[in-house]
Design a protein around this ligand. Structure first.
Ligand SMILES: O=C(O)CCC(=O)C(=O)O
Ligand SMILES: [Fe+2]
Length: 363
């Protein structure tokens, strides 16, 4: 029977506390968006004014041929401007991409009690968390999204604790993507005129998370957000999205006829993956690479899945602008800190654009 949400508390408990998620709420028969999900006007997303970012995906297979230098340029240019680009021939098998979307839909298609076992605090492993929105306790308006997050430690631990519905494909996705992430990161660091040894790179991408996001259908998409404005905290994010669309990125500067502050949609391209720069890479590069603000809209008739891999430094890693870059720039735009401090700050605040980076600003 459809629960009647008489007050805000019972709705919050049903969705967040009991782990029914937004999907459970929608499945209970909802004709309009509850007040807790209504965004203030300035955060709502106007689908009609969106401009598509229709750049072709960068063909990574060309790194092995005569066009190597041009591809390196394209990657660096994209990281310096929008901070987002798409790649093809990335080494992640295209069939695996299809299986991943199926796995995500299968996982979220289960009854709530099967998913709720992975809630924070009750999950059989601290590396697996099922939840909804971002930090529900801190948010003025909740995000229209459920997720499962899988932090990688070892293959054995993943095979034991990650959900049956997704563990094999998620591990394969991680294994194949990481090779590509390393390659792209080495290119970007190289373009800064810096070489880092393998152990330093290992530390910078020492923490890896595979998330599966599920955005249920929404009766009033114009009032809600799937994910609010934010930037990612780590080094590079790899993102697989399905064919629904709705990922928007804010332009940091005037480019290709777009004005600073315009929101561009990253359109779904079959077989491609989206890559974006995270806060930590912006900091390491002393601001040259852009960790862009992005957000996700909701849709009325079809649910959407996306599957990001976040590559993030080890919590104990000391982070700051690379000394060679600071020397050349003549100024350090960010301070040094231990990554765990950054991470704790990131997860203790609601999404608020690029405010996460203030933690690292030099005062
Ligand atoms: O669903 C998407 O397309 C993006 C999700 C996202 O930005 C995130 O999980 O950090
Ligand atoms: Fe993101």
């Amino acid at each position: 029977m459809a629960p009647s949400f008489l007050d805000g508390n019972s709705l919050f408990n049903f969705v967040v506390g009991d782990g029914n998620g937004v999907k459970g709420m929608v499945d209970s028969g909802l004709s309009e968006v509850p007040e807790q999900y209504v965004q203030p006007p300035e955060e709502r997303i106007d689908k009609l004014t969106a401009i598509a970012h229709d750049n072709r995906p960068i063909d990574l297979s060309k790194l092995g041929g005569p066009d190597h230098d041009q591809i390196v340029e394209e990657i660096a240019r994209a990281a310096e401007t929008l901070g987002f680009f798409q790649v093809m021939n990335h080494g992640v098998p295209v069939e695996l991409l299809e299986s991943l979307k199926d796995a995500a839909n299968n996982f979220f298609g289960q009854p709530p009690e099967k998913k709720a076992v992975y809630r924070k605090g009750v999950s059989p492993s601290p590396s697996v968390t099922y939840g909804t929105s971002f930090v529900p306790d801190k948010e003025k308006a909740l995000e229209w999204k459920d997720y499962i997050s899988m932090r990688y430690t070892t293959d054995a631990e993943a095979l034991e604790y990650w959900p049956q519905e997704c563990k094999d494909v998620a591990l394969e996705y991680l294994r194949t993507s990481i090779k590509m992430v390393r390659k792209v990161l080495e290119i970007l660091i190289g373009k800064l005129g810096v070489t880092l040894d393998d152990s330093k790179i290992d530390g910078l991408i020492g923490l890896k998370l595979v998330n599966m996001n599920f955005y249920p259908t929404c009766p009033n998409p114009e009032l809600t957000v799937g994910v609010g404005r934010h930037s990612d905290m780590g080094i590079l994010t790899v993102l697989l999205q399905d064919d629904i669309g709705g990922l928007y990125v804010k332009t940091e500067e005037e480019m290709d006829g777009k004005r600073k502050g315009d929101w561009l949609e990253i359109p779904p391209v079959p077989g491609a993956l989206v890559i974006n720069v995270g806060d930590t890479l912006q900091i390491l590069s002393n601001g040259r690479y852009k960790s862009s603000e992005h957000r996700v809209r909701t849709t009325r008739t079809k649910s959407r899945v996306s599957i990001p891999i976040f590559t993030v430094p080890k919590p104990t890693e000391r982070i700051g602008p690379l000394p060679q870059v600071v020397e050349r720039d003549g100024v350090a735009r960010y301070r040094e800190f231990i990554f765990e401090e950054y991470m704790n700050n990131f997860f203790s605040n609601a999404h608020d654009g690029k405010k996460s980076l203030d933690f690292a600003k030099n005062i």
